[in-house]
Design a protein around this ligand. Structure first.
Ligand code: FE2
Length: 277
């Protein structure tokens, strides 16, 4: 068992729309020792390792993110002092980590499927970051639980349906190839909820809820477990349909206000996708 019974009960009440802090039992797991993570980084396809300087502002332009000048192994082993940010992507390529990911998600499987239907594309990401590094403001397309293993971080999460932060056009641009990073404005701050994560704590982040992360003053290691569902696919399809309608000069309106219209758009996009294959 990875998550506590209380966390599982609370998760059922909050998933999929609301953020929630959960308790887990991975903080002493040896799969997150730095030497073991070097081994993992060597077993992954090289395009699955991304790293850079972690000394960036919350509004970092993804085109100009500075490099740290080190190899992957050097970055991991000297993470305490090199001022870097690294992610090992799709750790499910490695059988041992795949099994770990499945244990985590299996723990919450019944709650997930009851709320959002069949789950698939289970993917894991390990973030290794230096003291005080920043993950800029962005959103992600999947259901996500960020599990803090070592060190501390504060994640600020913003509402997903606030058009001042995320306009319909931004949703559509994101699903048609736009970058995950977003522009952060000071006036958003009153709408943020800050979650302080310590080892043994995890945070459920709803699909596409904008967020940014500030590390504490120690090295941080966290595991992000993600999955897609019938519901997250449908959400994407509605925005993709809206994008087509907008390009044809129509005003597709906001999602969420008219469930029947949203269903029709998602269905319409599915048909178009099938026809275009
Ligand atoms: Fe994220």
């Amino acid at each position: 068992m990875i998550f506590t019974d209380t966390s599982k009960l609370n998760f059922a009440e909050h998933y999929p729309a609301r953020p929630l802090v959960l308790d887990h039992q991975l903080e002493t797991n040896e799969l997150f020792a730095l030497e073991r993570l070097v081994e993992l980084s060597k077993s992954l396809p090289q395009n699955r390792v991304e790293y850079s300087s972690g000394k960036v502002p919350v509004n970092q332009d993804p085109e100009t993110t500075p490099e740290n000048g080190l190899s992957i192994e050097e970055t991991i082993l000297s993470i305490e002092e090199n001022g870097s940010w690294m992610v090992l992507k799709n750790i499910e390529h490695d059988a041992t980590y795949k099994a770990l990911l499945e244990s985590c998600l299996g723990d919450l499987g019944a709650q997930i499927e009851a709320a959002t239907g069949k789950r698939y594309r289970q993917e894991g990401f390990i973030f290794i970051s230096s003291p005080n590094s920043v993950t800029p403001f962005h959103m992600d397309p999947e259901h996500n639980i960020l599990m803090q293993i070592r060190g501390e971080k504060t994640m600020r999460v913003y509402p997903v349906n606030d058009p001042d932060i995320l306009t319909p056009e931004m949703h559509e641009a994101y699903h048609t190839g736009g970058h995950r990073n977003m522009v952060h404005k000071d006036e958003f701050e009153t709408k943020a909820t800050a979650f302080h994560l310590t080892p043994g704590k995890a945070l459920h982040v709803p699909v596409k809820a904008p967020h940014w992360v500030q590390n504490g003053d120690k090295t941080s290691i966290s595991l992000s477990i993600t999955w897609r569902s019938e519901q997250s696919d449908k959400e994407a399809d509605i925005h993709l349909m809206n994008s087509i309608l907008r390009k044809k000069g129509m005003a597709p309106g906001r999602t969420g206000n008219h469930p029947l219209r949203d269903n029709a758009k998602a269905f319409g996009y599915k048909v178009l996708r099938k026809l275009s294959r």
